[in-house]
Write a protein that binds this ligand. Sequence first.
Ligand code: ADP
Ligand code: MG
Length: 390
Amino acid sequence: MTKEEKLLLLNQVFSPTTPIKQKDFFIGRLSQLTKIMDAINEEGQHAILYGERGVGKTSLANIMVPLYTNLFPTKITCTRDDNFKSLWLQAFNSIQFSTTTTGIGFNPQQKETIVSLGQHFSRIDTVAPSDIVNFIRNFNTTKFLFIFDEFDNITTKKTRASFADLIKSLSDNSDNVTIVLVGISDNVEDLIGNHQSLERCLKQVKMPRMTDEESSEIITNGLAKLDILISEKVKKNIIEFSSGFPHYVHLLCKYGAKEIISNEKNEFNQAYLQIAIKIGIENSNEQLRSSYQKAITDTNGNSKWKSVLHACAMSVSDQFDCFSVSQVLDKYNSMTGKKVKGGNISYNLNQLCLSERGDVLKKIGKGVNTRYRFINPMMKAFVKLKINCT
Ligand SMILES: Nc1ncnc2c1ncn2[C@@H]1O[C@H](COP(=O)(O)OP(=O)(O)O)[C@@H](O)[C@H]1O
Ligand SMILES: [Mg+2]
């Protein structure tokens, strides 16, 4: 491969900001994929895929679509402006088929027209769950799969309740359709509300952060395609920095590999990792960079804000990623060599929960039970990169 060919391939192999579209580049996630496929194959079952931002939900939804040849798969991305009708209109509009009609006269011509299922709904003012159930019933020899991604953008209670009603009703009445909802959430209730009637018909699939083995496979597979070698130690470092977010694995590998290919080298060593961290940070999400900047800014040039934030990212945390004042204090003192007391740090932690300080942390609990966590879990990984950027 020439240098130019490798640089071209690089963008396909490592894609930090675009979800995976092809199965060849999709790593791991077998258990989550199997659970969803089981739901699709089981009559009356639907599924909800939820998890943190950036763990790979859309990628999984993308690669699922072409796996099916015996059904009509449709993927819709929900926006804040969508409602029940607009979402189903998009869903049905994307299912197109051709019909042939015969003209009139002695020598009638066959005319082929493309029609979409959505035409039926565009004329109706309001669409209720029962309309969808009845409409789908007309096509009982066809199987449908509807995936609604970014369902967390649907915040109106009414639209969410309509989806809940629809799923329940489809589960009782239709065996030719599966709905898969996908969205950012810590739990299912936050996405669709508390509907006990959905318990049996909606399979809950949590998309966790990636395991070290899965992250490792992204690195090994991707770099092998580009003829680049990497030591176990550097690979381990990338996995640690990424904290289970495939986005960071792609980011660091992309910018490291780009530099290596440009220099016509073939080894991803510690020096290239340093370059990858630096360029990776510059190309990180704008929101993360600006929050970080707000959090650490000090008009007097005092570095305390920065040190407290760094201590938060490095401190011991519980299974929910929460940490206490004393845990941050321990880290702060060991990182700075100072001996400050808890009250002193509490002030900074509370301020870091405000928008003036970038909305970085969230405070949970009161008094002795006070805990903090990063609002955006990817921020923690970003801060760790910053600490290691020399
Ligand atoms: N299974 C996977 N294998 C390789 N890369 C992945 C995988 N899942 C996600 N990624 C990468 O991680 C990043 C975030 O994935 P995405 O699907 O957009 O996450 P989410 O929808 O959960 O926010 C993207 O850059 C994507 O290419
Ligand atoms: Mg997504």
